[in-house]
Design a protein around this ligand. Structure first.
Ligand SMILES: O=P(O)(O)OC[C@H]1O[C@H](O)[C@H](O)[C@@H](O)[C@@H]1O
Ligand SMILES: [Fe+2]
Length: 192
């Protein structure tokens, strides 16, 4: 029997993922233009500010049958009243699902199916979330410490941002009286 060295290491307590085959991607505020409701607040902030980073172990490449493993760290913050969030995507191969699990901090997982029906789930350490295929997904940090979330998804899933860019998600996660609430975007047009 051959005993292989670990390809990478993952800390179950803080989610830190490291090793030669781990890639880091960073998203800054300027990469999230147009997603937040309060455009004036957005423009007043530092566009270079890092909103989240993703460490991914994607050694197999985008092959059918392969799996990718990642850890997202979403920093605390708000644009106006709206909590920092990921860009959000639906998989290029629409029927591919994904697991998310909470490691540190507190947040929300927002999903939207093809009928534009949304769900919102609380992410906290130990919470487990299955995102089915044909479902767009994004996370928001509703706390004041980094939200660390693990993910595992099919290597050939791909990310489609354009398909959901125009109309966006039907709900926003905003702070009201010091607590997170879900706001329906239909309400925005009434000026509420
Ligand atoms: O791709 P975004 O919508 O910016 O989300 C950031 C990342 O979140 C999770 O970690 C997903 O598993 C990644 O596939 C995704 O890239
Ligand atoms: Fe995904």
């Amino acid at each position: 029997m051959m005993i292989l060295p670990s390809q990478a290491s993952f800390s179950p307590s803080n989610g830190r993922l490291s090793g030669e085959q781990v890639n880091r991607a960073v998203r800054r505020l300027k990469d999230l233009r147009g997603l937040f409701a309060d455009e004036a607040a957005f423009l007043a902030m530092d566009p270079e500010q890092i909103v989240y980073e993703v460490h991914a172990h994607d050694a197999c490449g985008p092959v059918e049958g392969g799996l990718f493993f990642g850890v997202s760290t979403l920093f605390p913050g708000k644009v106006g009243q709206e909590y920092f969030m990921t860009k959000g995507h639906i998989h290029e191969r629409r029927n591919r699902g994904e697991y998310y699990w909470g490691i540190e901090g507190r947040g929300a997982l927002v999903t939207m199916n093809e009928r534009r029906e949304a769900t919102v789930a609380v992410i906290e350490p130990g919470s487990l979330h299955y995102v089915p295929g044909n479902t767009a997904h994004r996370i928001a940090n509703t706390g004041n410490v980094p939200l660390v979330v693990g993910a595992c998804w099919p290597a050939d899933a791909g990310h489609d941002y354009d398909a959901i860019a125009e109309r966006g998600f039907p709900v926003r996660i905003v702070e009201e009286n010091g607590a997170p609430v879900v706001r329906n975007r239909e309400d925005e047009r009434d000026g509420r």
